[in-house]
Design a protein around this ligand. Structure first.
Ligand code: CAA
Length: 258
C-alpha cells in the first residue's frame, strides 16, 4: 500500500506510522486520517505485528485539523459528511496497543489524536493544547470529553476556554502523558515500549487494553466484572500455560499468541 500523507514501516514486531505533511506541521486533513486509519487497520490484522507507534516530526506531532481545508465548510458540509467521526474513530477500534510519540506541537485535533492512542510518550519539547476557541469553534474529536477524563475538569476547562498551551512537564504532572524524555530519545523510547509489549502474548495484551478502556465507559462494578471475565478467559490460552510454566522453570517464555 502506498500512502501520500503518512510514512509506514515496521521495526521487528512494531508498526511505525509517521504523520508526514511537514509543510503544514502535519495538519490533519481527510486524506491523512483515512490513510492513518487504513495503516492502523492493516497492522492490526497482521499477525507479525504486536503494537504500533504513531509519531510526527521534531517540530510537530500534529498542529490540529487542517484549518485551510475547513475554512470554507458550511454546517451542511460537516453535518452530512459526519466530519471528524467518519474517519477519525477508526483508531478506537484497533485492538492492539497504539502509542503516540509526541515531539513539538500536539494541538487541537493533534492533541485529540494523541489522546485516542493508548498512551503518550512525549519529548521535553512537546506542547499540548486545544486552541479551537481562538478559531471560533470547539474541539470536535474528543477534546472536551477525553481531556477531562485524562487530566481534570479544571485543567480541561482552562485549556479549552483560554486556548493556552501546556508544556511537557505540566502534561506529565496532569497525567496526560506516561513519560517525558529528551526529544532525541522520544521515538526510540516509544519504539522500545512497543517492542516490549509486542513480545508479550498478544491475547493478554489485547484483553488488558480492552479492560482498561472499560474503566472509562461504565460503572466500577461492570468494569470489575469485565476484567474478571477477561482474566478467567486467559486461562483458556496456551500462552497462560507457557508464561506460568516458564516462570516456574526459571526460563524465558516463548509465546505463540494462542
Ligand atoms: N491547519 C493548516 N495549516 C496549518 C495548521 C493547521 N492546523 N497549523 C499550522 N499550519 C501551517 C501554517 O499555516 C504555516 O503554513 P505557511 O508556511 O504556508 O504559512 C505552516 O503550517 C507553519 O506554521 P506557522 O508558520 O504558523 O508555524 P509557527 O511555528 O509560527 O506556529 C503553531 C506553530 C503555533 C502550531 C501555529 O501554526 C498554529 O497556531 N497552528 C494552528 C493550531 C490550531 O489552531 N489547531 C487547531 C485546529 S482546529 C481543530 O483541530 C479542530 C478539531 O478539534 C478536530
Amino acid at each position: 500500500m502506498t500512502y501520500e500523507t503518512i510514512l509506514v514501516e515496521t521495526q521487528g514486531k512494531v508498526g511505525l506510522i509517521r504523520l508526514n505533511r511537514p509543510q503544514v506541521l502535519n495538519a490533519l486533513n481527510d486524506q491523512l486520517m483515512t490513510e492513518l486509519g487504513e495503516a492502523l487497520v492493516a497492522f492490526d490484522a497482521d499477525d507479525n505485528i504486536g503494537a504500533m507507534v504513531i509519531t510526527g516530526s521534531d517540530k510537530a506531532f500534529a498542529a490540529g485539523a487542517d484549518i485551510g481545508a475547513m475554512a470554507s465548510f458550511t454546517y451542511m458540509d460537516v453535518y452530512k459528511s459526519e466530519y471528524i467521526t467518519r474517519n477519525w474513530e477508526t483508531i478506537r477500534n484497533v485492538r492492539k496497543p497504539v502509542i503516540a510519540a509526541v515531539r513539538g506541537f500536539a494541538l487541537g485535533g493533534g492533541c485529540e489524536l494523541a489522546m485516542m492512542t493508548d498512551f503518550i510518550i512525549c519529548a521535553d519539547t512537546a506542547k499540548f493544547g486545544q486552541p479551537e476557541i481562538k478559531l471560533g469553534i470547539i474541539p470536535g474529536a474528543g477534546g472536551t470529553q477525553r481531556l477531562p477524563r485524562a487530566i481534570s475538569k479544571a485543567k480541561a476547562m482552562d485549556l479549552c476556554l483560554t486556548g493556552r498551551l501546556m508544556d511537557a512537564a505540566e502534561a506529565e504532572r496532569a497525567g496526560l502523558v506516561s513519560r517525558v524524555v529528551p526529544a532525541d530519545r522520544c521515538l526510540d523510547e516509544a519504539l522500545e515500549a512497543a517492542t516490549i509489549i509486542a513480545a508479550y502474548s498478544n491475547p493478554s495484551v489485547m484483553m488488558a487494553k480492552e479492560s482498561i478502556n472499560r474503566a472509562f465507559e461504565g460503572s466500577l462494578s461492570e468494569g470489575m466484572l469485565f476484567e474478571r471475565r477477561m482474566f478467567h478467559s486467559l486461562f483458556a490460552t496456551e500462552d497462560q500455560k507457557e508464561g506460568m510454566a516458564a516462570f516456574v522453570e526459571k526460563r524465558k517464555p516463548n509465546f505463540s499468541n494462542k
